[in-house]
Unconditional design. Structure first.
Length: 364
């Protein structure tokens, strides 16, 4: 799975110091840091690096792992950890380790998708994945063998983290990890190819909702609490809208390759309507879970993002433009960027609400 945003990063201003023998070393260091931070910021915002910017090793790996979408994983992890704050026994070190493991797993998942989609002939020149952002293999960022090696290394790191967590929390951690790995690998890998059978979107809801949020809560507390799975529903829905938006953008190309995503099965207009309903369902589910004492009242802070929701709903009622707006970096994708933009704001506000509840708890 893959996914992207609408708010792009300028990143083209450069430090042009007046160089003298006395300040040359300092200025060179500052200029280098300015360039590096500019590179990383642009990639994290757009999943692209401008052609006039030099490639550095960190930027290369940010592109290979599609780091621009990591905020969704971080939000899921933080939600799981913050829901655990009021539990009797909370282990912050285990939470931190679990959060690292989630991000590493997401990076591995993105690389697995790119690796298998090249092998299956899905990712080819001109296909949306190779147009909106550099493809690790097809753009020359890394060889196919190198990508396979990276996948193995990242999964070994996750395995080491899993072993450490399992020594403390037992087999439950392994069950969460294996369930997430199953969906991640078989999202595109044969023989299941979940994305090709209309099961990719439900799989993403399951992973970024109950598995990540419930699993992080379990690691942090050692308790398997059913109510946490209910608390995971709102953000799981919000992540799912990002994938549906992306698949709407790729509908024609996916249909031509026989990839039966939900938008290919339902069609463009029903899929856009479905995504609008899921976006609204995020707010409805948050509002419903507060009086049920599953989420704290502070979670209602997510409603501050309603102006962005209304803007996004308006975009989803209109056809995509025929050409990209000036400076737009991820064409031909359109709807996914608006979904991710909403996800980023609403998700951040939900996390902030949980942080405030941890500091200033309201009796539920």
């Amino acid at each position: 799975m893959s996914t992207v945003v609408i708010e792009w990063y300028d990143g083209r201003s450069r430090l042009r110091p007046v160089v003298t023998s006395a300040n040359l070393f300092t200025l060179v260091n500052r200029a280098t840091l300015t360039t590096l931070f500019g590179n990383w910021g642009e990639i994290l915002q757009t999943q692209n690096l401008s052609v006039d910017r030099p490639m550095d090793p960190v930027s290369r790996w940010l592109l290979i792992t599609r780091a621009s979408v990591f905020p969704m994983t971080l939000f899921s992890g933080f939600i799981g950890g913050l829901l655990a704050v009021s539990a009797p026994h909370v282990d912050g070190a285990l939470f931190s380790l679990a959060l690292v493991g989630l991000v590493v797993a997401h990076a591995a998942n993105n690389m697995i998708n790119d690796y298998f989609d090249v092998g299956a002939g899905v990712d080819t020149a001109g296909y949306a994945r190779t147009v909106y952002a550099p493809h690790p293999i097809l753009s020359g960022l890394i060889s196919r063998a190198g990508l396979l090696t990276a996948i193995a290394v990242f999964n070994l790191v996750d395995l080491a983290i899993l072993v450490l967590l399992a020594q403390v929390r037992g087999a439950g951690v392994v069950a969460f990890a294996l369930a997430g790995l199953f969906v991640s690998v078989f999202y595109v890998a044969p023989p299941l190819k979940l994305k090709h059978r209309g099961l990719g979107e439900p799989g993403v809801f399951l992973v970024w909702g109950p598995l990540m949020i419930g699993g992080t809560y379990f690691v942090t507390t050692g308790v398997l609490a059913p109510w946490v799975f209910a608390a995971a529903i709102p953000y799981g829905l919000l992540v799912t809208t990002v994938l549906i938006g992306k698949h709407v953008d790729k509908l024609g190309a996916d249909a031509a390759k026989g990839i039966a995503t939900i938008p290919v099965i339902l069609g463009r207009r029903p899929s856009l309507a479905l995504n609008r309903a899921l976006m609204i369902a995020f707010y409805v589910s948050v509002a419903a879970l507060v009086p049920l004492r599953v989420l704290p009242p502070w979670a209602l802070l997510a409603f501050v993002s309603i102006p962005r929701l209304l803007e996004t709903l308006r975009v989803y009622r209109e056809p995509a433009p025929e050409s990209p707006p000036p400076g737009y970096p991820i064409w031909p994708l359109w709807y996914v960027a608006w979904a991710f933009r909403l996800n980023r704001q609403a998700g951040a506000l939900l996390v902030l609400g949980l942080v405030l509840d941890a500091i200033f708890p309201v009796i539920r």
